[in-house]
Design a protein around this ligand. Structure first.
Ligand SMILES: Cc1ncc(COP(=O)(O)O)c(C=O)c1O
Length: 371
């Protein structure tokens, strides 16, 4: 039993965030729940989302998809595998069929595997094109080749055509990278339609785009981060309305007064000024990166500390030169449900909110609250 550190997940905030997204969009939601629902625990989050009425989910790996299907076997919903599709492994094709999982085809090679597989025939064809991300996706310039292949096989229907924005977290400007990607995507849709190949569904928008009401003329949107609370677009802070669904809190293990010049911890890190140290019962064994050494962070959203010395496996020291009201055995919040709290922490630690919530290890218990 662990009672000095926990991630508390408020499902009411998740529902409010989903409601907000739904109210502002006519497109259907494909909820991105990869990496254990961005670190919040996929099974409970997906259960809550199913209750909310979400019917489409996105994960990164076939294993993540199988896990969800096996858990919620009886419920009707669709799961897309976005990156580690394993289509080169013919033996795994049956897993797609048996578990009613849909692979996202993101290369010409994978398209060949898909079309040659008698197992995968029954799974809908989902094609992802690279319109400028230059990571995964069939090159948009290869569209004629794809059309030719499909026409030869008389496959005149694409279930879902998608692409992915690379820079939608920047404020949109006419003619920028997102606009160029959008134009290429529209052209792709037209190319298929002109060739007599019908497309049932389309999607391109991730959180940054959805925040800016961009790419929503597709049948679907694919929010990830925003469902969990943080904003994507750098200057969204003032107008953001979504709460973080999680808070990460720990109980102070010890509080020590120190004099300037005192060596503390491994290697005897020298305390820069007279002050106080809070010893927290979390370290890299809990997913706290050693790279946060020396960074400043705000405890309970307002009290500034510096991460002192090296993060240990089980312990981290925070230093302040001020008189600190926080006491030994008090619960303190590393991040909380307040709007922007995860974004601010990520900025201070020079990382991104995704990495913070995904980063906590299995040693941190997750407690779910539904008020
Ligand atoms: C293909 C795809 N669509 C949508 C998303 C959701 O992105 P975000 O979490 O920025 O909303 C991701 C996440 O990386 C993704 O890989």
């Amino acid at each position: 039993m662990r009672n000095h550190a926990q991630m508390v997940i408020e499902l009411s905030h998740l529902y409010a965030n989903l409601e907000h997204i739904k109210k502002n969009n006519s497109a259907e939601i494909i909820a991105m729940v990869k990496a254990d629902a961005y670190g919040h625990g996929a099974l409970i989050i997906v259960e809550a989302m199913l209750r909310f009425g979400i019917k489409h989910f996105g994960v990164a790996t076939l294993a993540e998809a199988i896990n969800l299907r096996q858990h919620f076997n009886l419920l009707p919903f669709e799961i897309f595998v976005f990156s580690e599709t394993c289509l080169e492994e013919a033996l795994l094709h049956k897993d797609y069929v048996q578990n009613k999982i849909t692979p996202v085809i993101h290369s010409l090679v994978d398209l060949q595997y898909y079309l040659a597989s008698s197992d995968l025939k029954s799974r809908p064809m989902v094609l992802k094109f690279n319109t400028g991300m230059n990571r995964l996706g069939i090159d948009y310039q290869d569209v004629s080749q794809v059309i030719e292949i499909l026409k030869k096989l008389n496959r005149l229907n694409v279930f879902h055509l998608m692409s992915h924005f690379a820079s939608s977290y920047y404020r949109l400007k006419e003619g920028d990278k997102s606009h160029i990607q959008m134009e290429r995507f529209k052209q792709l849709i037209k190319n298929f339609q002109d060739a007599g190949i019908s497309i049932e569904q389309t999607s391109i928008a991730n959180s940054g785009a959805i925040e800016q009401s961009f790419g929503e003329n597709c049948s679907h949107i694919r929010p990830g981060l925003m469902m969990y609370g943080p904003y994507s677009v750098v200057d969204s802070a003032k107008n953001w309305k979504l709460h973080n669904i999680s808070r990460f809190e720990v109980k102070v293990l010890n509080k020590i007064s120190v004099k300037r010049g005192t060596p503390v911890g491994y290697g005897g890190h020298i305390v820069p000024e007279d002050g106080e140290i809070l010893l927290l019962p979390i370290g890299y064994g809990d997913g706290i990166s050693t790279y946060i050494k020396g960074h400043k962070l705000f405890i309970n959203s307002d009290f500034e500390f510096q991460v002192l010395g090296r993060v240990n496996m089980d312990l981290t020291m925070l230093f302040t030169a001020k008189n600190c009201k926080i006491k030994r055995e008090e619960w303190i919040r590393i991040w909380d449900h307040e709007i922007g709290s995860l974004n601010q922490l990520a900025d201070n630690l020079q990382t991104i909110p995704y990495a913070l919530t995904c980063g906590l290890s299995a040693r941190i218990p997750k407690n779910y609250v539904l008020e």
